[in-house]
Design a protein around this ligand. Structure first.
Ligand SMILES: [Zn+2]
Length: 278
């Protein structure tokens, strides 16, 4: 039987995620798992949703990754419901003061099974958006609780040094192989055609990569110059995000031996092509 899953939209402060709410999920019916309780606003919203189920208790809070818009409510909910909090240990370096590592009771690892009376979620390591990002797989329902591996609103940010496009693309292929029918993302509505969305995500990254190769084929450039060429009409407030995206792609191309910075400062120096593809 598919696991019962309820979505709760938790608003974020504008500075976090630019007004985009985060999805918290309640999994199960009486013995619940809370997946990603969200920002501080999630404390009351999730508590209320649980109070609406008389007799229900919380087995655990499971975190897909350590970003504040997913985890800030976890510490307070842990105290209220006296439940354990689970997060992958590779997320430890990205935690800030909104959640302390001391509040984590159980380290997640690949293949771990988190059981409730109606079934189980399997932990799938899906790094890329962050180093210890996981997705949670309901095999019986062919449903994936995807955190920020997917977004129902568009693409996912991959920001160095903790984000990696190489790892992200590998994680997408890993999830494709599971054959999910439903993807429940960290932001935005459910995705009902995951295979097509994965194709789009991969194609978009490869297209961007090709544009960066072409820009450097014309001569060495700084990240700022690549941004100006690729995103000529970009608004000033999005320039930094675009520059970080370009850096993430340059890091992938560097790993492939195709580009390198001219000096020690990857952020400010010009980047050049190492090998011109034919
Ligand atoms: Zn995130």
């Amino acid at each position: 039987m598919p696991l019962p899953i309820e979505r709760i939209e938790v608003p974020n402060p504008a500075a976090m995620m630019g007004d985009q709410p985060t999805n918290a999920y309640l999994v199960g019916s009486r013995e619940l798992l809370i997946v990603d309780p969200g920002s501080e606003a999630g404390v009351e919203l999730v508590s209320r949703a649980i109070a609406a189920r008389p007799g229900a208790g919380v087995r655990a809070i499971v975190l897909t990754h350590g970003h504040p818009d997913h985890v800030a409510a976890a510490g307070e909910l842990r105290r209220r419901f006296r439940c354990s909090v689970m997060l992958h240990p590779k997320e430890r370096p990205i935690l800030r003061n909104f959640l302390r590592w001391e509040d984590i009771d159980i380290g997640l690892e690949d293949g771990m099974s988190i059981t409730i009376p109606e079934g189980a979620l399997t932990v799938i390591e899906t790094p890329g958006h962050s180093p210890g990002h996981v997705a949670l797989w309901d095999a019986a329902g062919r449903a994936l609780l995807a955190g920020d591996l997917f977004s129902g609103n568009g693409t996912v940010a991959i920001i160095p040094p903790y984000g990696s496009i190489v790892a992200y693309l590998d994680s997408l292929e890993r999830v494709r192989a599971l054959g999910p029918e439903r993807v429940l993302p960290g932001h935005g509505p459910e995705i009902t055609d995951p295979g097509r969305v994965i194709d789009e995500y991969v194609a978009r990254r490869l297209r961007r990569e090709q544009q960066i190769r072409a820009a450097l084929d014309a001569g060495p450039k700084t990240i700022e110059e690549v941004v100006s060429e690729l995103y000529p009409d970009i608004l000033p407030q999005f320039r930094r995000a675009a520059a970080l995206t370009v850096l993430a792609h340059l890091e992938k191309l560097r790993n492939q031996g195709e580009v390198e910075p001219e000096g020690e400062d990857a952020w400010h120096d010009r980047w050049r092509r190492v090998r011109i593809s034919t």
